[in-house]
Design a protein around this ligand. Structure first.
Ligand code: NAD
Length: 272
């Protein structure tokens, strides 16, 4: 299995397939999940300070003995840390918990007040060589407009909800134009993707399962995907998507599921 890389606007490459860790908090689940992902060839780990699992991930990374330069570690700045000094301190805490001295990608987790202050902190950390690439998450066009109009360094990534039912066409066009890569979160609709007969038919046709069809669709959309599972058999089966291809007809069929409905919160009306 060979996970392809995508290249960000600053030339840094990111593995197109990473390991999501949202809602993984219990010690054994996180520790064993990350080690299983690494043992099966995954090198990119997606976490966030709010997930409360960075310290356990740090222990798993250490135990794996994989060279730091082979790993791609993404974390995110939480919403109550957007003021400059708080953002710098939050970054330092994340690195200490993960037992690393730099991050590969650091994202502003959600648009809130003081987005520009948070962005200035990320720019300074990037300029100081402490983060290899910086970006945002859950930013809509109008949030990006504000950052792009005021930044020294453009975001290289926007991590947003993305799956067959919620394809974000206009945001993806905007990001493509601005040379901002997309990571899709919730690729399996947080477990709700298994309800669509169209996907079951495609699974039969390709001798794959529904998760594999959807994850393959993500790959062919050119986004970074970070599916989450702490079950070894699912970690393995989710990775088994590099030996087949969806046709353009298959993709058109999947695209008929795009109703534009989110499963997660709208970034303009979050209450956290
Ligand atoms: P997901 O779409 O990856 O779905 C995860 C769920 O699907 C889990 O309940 C898992 O048990 C189940 N699942 C996984 N593989 C399966 C399989 N083969 N068969 C059946 N069920 C399977 O949802 P997610 O975890 O929310 O999103 C992926 C990652 O994206 C997260 O773990 C996190 O790292 C990131 N994320 C980021 C944000 C953000 O605001 N930036 C928000 C949510 C998630």
């Amino acid at each position: 299995m060979n996970i392809p890389n995508l290249t960000m606007s600053n030339g840094v490459t990111i593995p197109q397939y990473g390991y999501g860790t949202f809602k993984m908090k219990e010690y054994a689940e996180v520790y064993e999940g990350v080690l299983a992902a690494l043992a099966n060839g995954i090198r990119a780990i997606d976490t966030a300070a709010i997930y409360g699992n960075e310290a356990i991930i740090g222990k798993a990374l250490k135990a794996s003995s994989i060279e730091r330069s082979e790993l791609f570690i993404t974390s995110k700045l939480w919403n109550d840390k957007h003021h400059y000094d708080d953002a710098i301190a939050a970054f330092e805490k994340t690195c200490a918990d993960l037992q690393v001295d730099y991050l590969d990608l650091y994202l502003v987790h959600w648009p809130k007040e003081a987005n520009l202050e948070a962005w200035r902190a990320l720019e300074d950390l990037y300029s100081a060589g402490k983060i290899r690439s910086i970006g945002v998450s859950n930013f809509k066009e109008h949030h990006l407009d504000e950052v792009l109009a005021n930044c020294r360094i453009k975001p290289m990534m926007n991590q947003v909800e993305f799956h067959p039912q919620f394809q974000q066409e206009s945001l993806r066009e905007y990001c493509a134009k601005e040379d901002i890569l997309i990571t899709g979160w919730g690729p399996l609709m947080q477990g709700k993707v298994f309800e669509f007969p169209i996907l079951e038919e495609l699974a039969k046709k390709h001798h794959k399962n529904v998760a594999q069809i959807v994850l393959r669709w993500h790959l062919q959309q050119g986004v970074v995907l970070i599916p989450k599972s702490s079950t070894l058999s699912r970690i393995k089966e989710n990775l088994n998507i590099f030996d087949f291809e969806l046709t353009s007809e298959d993709i058109e069929l999947i695209n008929t599921l795009n109703t534009g409905e989110r499963i997660g919160p709208d970034p303009d009306t979050i209450t956290f």
